[in-house]
Design a protein around this ligand. Structure first.
Ligand code: PLP
Length: 390
C-alpha cells in the first residue's frame, strides 16, 4: 500500500473558491448594492444559458425553490405528489410545506433513482406532480417520466439539487422537466455558499416563483431604485426567499470553472471505477450509461453485505481510522422518525430503498481531490473489504 502518514486526512468534501469568485464578491461588496439586483439577474441568465432553457428564478435555497415551483403550479392541500424515499429530507419537506401529501414510489436498485413502474402504481385521481431526484447527479429516467407525465397530464418538477452537470440523452434536465430545481449549497458542484434556482421552459412558472420569493410583490427594490419600475403590488402572500447579489457573485465566479471542475470530477470517478473494478463480489459500483451524463456530485458505492462480516457503519468507521471520511446518502425517508410517523411509512413497502439504505457509502469526490488520494481511498477500501469478506 502507498505510504501515507498517520496524519492523512481525506475529507468527504472540500472546496476551493475560485479567484474569479473572490473578485466578483469584492466587486459586489463595493457596488453599493448587496441584495437581489444586477448580479442575481446576471447569474439567472448565465445558469439558464448553461442549461439551455430560457427562464430561471434564483432563490435562497433549493428547498424553498422546490416549494415555490410546486406552489407555482398550484400544488396545495388535498393534492398528492409522487416522489422517492431515497432522498434528502428537503424534497419531502418542500412538498409538505405546500400542504400536499408526498406519496413515495420505490427506487430502481441499479440507479437509486425513482422507478417509473412504481410511479404508475402510485398515481391516483389526486396526483398533481411528479418529483424525481437525480441522485448523486445520475439523471432519473426522463424518457419514462415524460411518458407518464404526458399520459396522465401530471407535471414533472425535478429535484435536480445534485445535477447541474448532468444530462439525459444530450439534453439538460430542465429541457425535459416542467421545472428543475438546483442547489448551490456549499458542497454542490456549483456553489454560492447557499442558494438555489428554479429553471424552466415555462415563462409563467419562473415568473411566479420569482414573485413568490419576494413576498408576492410584482417588482423588486433594485428595479424601483433604477427607475425601470415605479411601484409595486402584492398579488399573493409570498415568502422571503430571494437570493442576494453577494451569493450570486460567488456563483458567477464559480461558473467560470464549472466545466473544468466537472471534467475533474469525471476523471476522479473513472479512477475510482477502475481501481475498484476487481471487487465485484464485495462492492457494487455506480451505474453509468452512454446516453446519461453523470454529474458526479457524489460517488456512491454499495457494499455486498451478504459477502461481508461487517456492516456499512463498521466499514465507515474503519475508513475513518485510516483518515478517510465517508458519508451516507441517504438514510431513506421512512427510517426518519418524523416522516415515518407523519406519513405512516414502513420499510416493507420500499424494499429496494430499504436495502440500498443499509449498504450505501459515499466516498470523497470533489475537484481538488488528488488522484493519489483516490488511490489511497481505494487501497484502504479494498484492504478492509478483503479482510472482512466471509
Ligand atoms: C436531493 C436534495 N434535494 C434538495 C436539497 C436542498 O438543497 P438546499 O440546501 O439548497 O436547500 C438537497 C441538499 O443537499 C439535496 O441533496
Amino acid at each position: 500500500m502507498r505510504a501515507k502518514s498517520s496524519k492523512t486526512r481525506i475529507p468527504l468534501f472540500d472546496l476551493k473558491v475560485s479567484a474569479a469568485a473572490k473578485k466578483e464578491v469584492a466587486k459586489t461588496l463595493t457596488s453599493g448594492w448587496l441584495t437581489s439586483g444586477p448580479r442575481v439577474a446576471a447569474f439567472e441568465r448565465a445558469v439558464a444559458k448553461l442549461l439551455g432553457v430560457r427562464y430561471s428564478a434564483a432563490v435562497s435555497s433549493a428547498t424553498v425553490g422546490l416549494q415555490l415551483a410546486l406552489r407555482a403550479i398550484d400544488i396545495g392541500p388535498g393534492d398528492e405528489v409522487v416522489t422517492t424515499p431515497f432522498t434528502f429530507v428537503a424534497t419531502l419537506e418542500a412538498i409538505m410545506a405546500t400542504g400536499a401529501r408526498p406519496v413515495l414510489a420505490d427506487i430502481n436498485p441499479d440507479t437509486l433513482n425513482i422507478d417509473p413502474d412504481e410511479i404508475e402504481r402510485k398515481i391516483t385521481g389526486h396526483t398533481r406532480a411528479l418529483v424525481p431526484v437525480d441522485i448523486a447527479g445520475y439523471p432519473a429516467d426522463y424518457e419514462q417520466l415524460c411518458a407518464i407525465s404526458g399520459e396522465f397530464s401530471i407535471p414533472v418538477v425535478s429535484d435536480s439539487a445534485h445535477a447541474v452537470g448532468s444530462a439525459y440523452r444530450n439534453r439538460s434536465i430542465p429541457r425535459l422537466a416542467d421545472a428543475s430545481v438546483f442547489s448551490f449549497y456549499s458542497t454542490k458542484n456549483l456553489t454560492c455558499g447557499e442558494g438555489g434556482m428554479v429553471v424552466s421552459k415555462h415563462k409563467t412558472l419562473a415568473e411566479t416563483v420569482r414573485c413568490l420569493a419576494r413576498h408576492g410583490l410584482t417588482s423588486q427594490a433594485w428595479t424601483r431604485k433604477t427607475g425601470s419600475e415605479q411601484t409595486y403590488d402584492a398579488v399573493s402572500a409570498g415568502f422571503k426567499a430571494n437570493m442576494s447579489d453577494v451569493h450570486a457573485a460567488i456563483g458567477l465566479g464559480q461558473l467560470g470553472t464549472l466545466a473544468s471542475d466537472q471534467k475533474l470530477r469525471e476523471l476522479l470517478a473513472m479512477r475510482y471505477l477502475e481501481n475498484l473494478q476487481d471487487l465485484p463480489e464485495l462492492v457494487e459500483l455506480p451505474t453509468i450509461q452512454r446516453h446519461y451524463r453523470h454529474g458526479w456530485h457524489l460517488f456512491i458505492v454499495r457494499l455486498h453485505l451478504s459477502a461481508l462480516k461487517i456492516d456499512r457503519d463498521r466499514f465507515i468507521h474503519l475508513m475513518a481510522a485510516r483518515g478517510i471520511e465517508c458519508g451516507v446518502h441517504y438514510r431513506p425517508i421512512f427510517e426518519l422518525s418524523y416522516y415515518r410517523d407523519a406519513l405512516g411509512l414502513s420499510p416493507q413497502y420500499f424494499p429496494n430503498s430499504a436495502y440500498a439504505g443499509r449498504r450505501v457509502v459515499s466516498l470523497p469526490l470533489y475537484p481538488c481531490l488528488k488522484a493519489g488520494e483516490v488511490d489511497y481511498v481505494c487501497e484502504c477500501a479494498a484492504e478492509i473489504l478483503k479482510k472482512n469478506a466471509r
